[in-house]
Design a binder for this molecule. Structure first.
Ligand SMILES: [Zn+2]
Length: 332
């Protein structure tokens, strides 16, 4: 099947995180029809990672995720582009990796594998399971695919997700002295968070903070008894350098609830490829047992997760060549 057909076929199987079973079965059937040995690794009752290989010593794996963000958007195309959900994040990438793997195989290179995970867009549950798979021990290099505009990403920021919760005391809003406003407490804390200067890093760049959600209060005539804000810090230094600063800001005015954290990580730099750092997080921090990580893929992260997601067809073709060259270099 050609590269663009495969991209569109994968896109047209809805696989919003949590609903990846059908696309996993499709990949298994397709890869088996090409002669690959395919394992489905159960992550939950209806979610499977897909692991494929040609022999018992796969040293380099091409990998990305099979889930997408919502909503499903069917594939459309014109001469230049393929549009729709997953065009670049990451079904076009799956198609370009499989096409590259088939080219390598046609040249007699068989020490390669494919790893496709579920739930990258939410919890990386698929990657966490994959990290426990025995195949990981055989893998020396893991080429992960995310839209990097065909550059080799040599570093990605981490993400520290947390909630700040405040409590007050409800009272009639006409008698504010009888209560204590959790919303005002939260606003004071958030003002201090915005003023804070978190440490930056020469390699990874600037640590940025997004106050993504705010909730609180019960009614206009009630002093709010509780409030909370959801915050994502894009880490350029370890969590350990940021968390104490947040604790110092919040002090006893509220509590911090950590939701998740992935540290900033460096990936392998390879000569002959354009290199850069990226701001987004991938499955890589959860695939620590899969050898040295690399990151490269067609498409732009700026259109991923939007209703206008697309990928340039020529970029998919270029990605195939880049994956072929990269695998050859890594296999020496
Ligand atoms: Zn992605």
């Amino acid at each position: 099947m050609n590269l663009f057909e495969l991209t569109k076929n994968l896109m047209n199987i809805p696989s919003v995180s949590g609903d990846e079973q059908a696309v996993g079965f499709y990949l298994r059937d397709y890869l088996e029809s090409l002669g690959w040995t395919v394992e489905l690794q159960a992550v939950s009752a209806n979610q499977n990672n897909v692991i494929a290989y040609l022999n018992d010593r796969p040293r380099v794996f091409l990998s990305t995720h099979i889930d997408t963000v919502p909503p499903f958007i069917a594939a459309t195309e014109d001469d230049e582009k393929i549009y729709g959900r997953g065009a670049c994040d990451a079904k076009g990438i799956i198609a370009s990796q499989i096409t590259a793997a088939e080219k390598l195989r046609a040249e007699g290179i068989a020490d390669i594998g494919l790893l496709y995970t579920v739930e990258e867009e939410t919890s990386s549950a698929g990657a966490r399971s994959a990290n426990l798979h025995p195949m990981a021990a055989k893998c020396e290099y893991l080429i992960n695919g995310e839209p990097t505009d065909l550059d080799l990403a040599i570093g990605s920021k981490g993400t520290f997700r947390l909630k700040i919760l405040t409590e007050g005391k409800a009272a009639h809003s006409a008698y504010p002295e009888m209560g204590e406003s959790a919303v005002e407490k939260l606003l004071d804390i958030l003002a201090d968070v915005r003023r804070a200067r978190f440490p930056n890093d020469e390699f990874f760049g600037e640590t940025t903070v997004n106050i993504g959600t705010i909730e609180g209060g019960v009614a206009l005539n009630v002093i709010p008894p509780r409030a909370e804000a959801g915050i994502a810090v894009r880490l350029t230094t370890p969590r350990a350098s940021v968390e104490p600063m947040l604790e110092e800001i919040v002090k006893t005015r509220g509590t911090i609830e950590v939701l998740s954290c992935s540290e900033p990580i460096k990936m392998l730099a390879v000569e002959g490829f354009n290199q850069k750092t990226v701001r987004f997080t991938t499955d890589i921090p959860y695939l620590t047992n899969w050898g040295t990580p690399l990151l490269l893929g067609a498409g732009s992260i700026l259109v991923a997760h939007t209703k206008d997601e697309f990928v340039l067809k020529k970029d998919l073709e270029t990605a195939v060549e880049l994956y072929v060259n990269l695998v050859k270099k890594l296999l020496g």
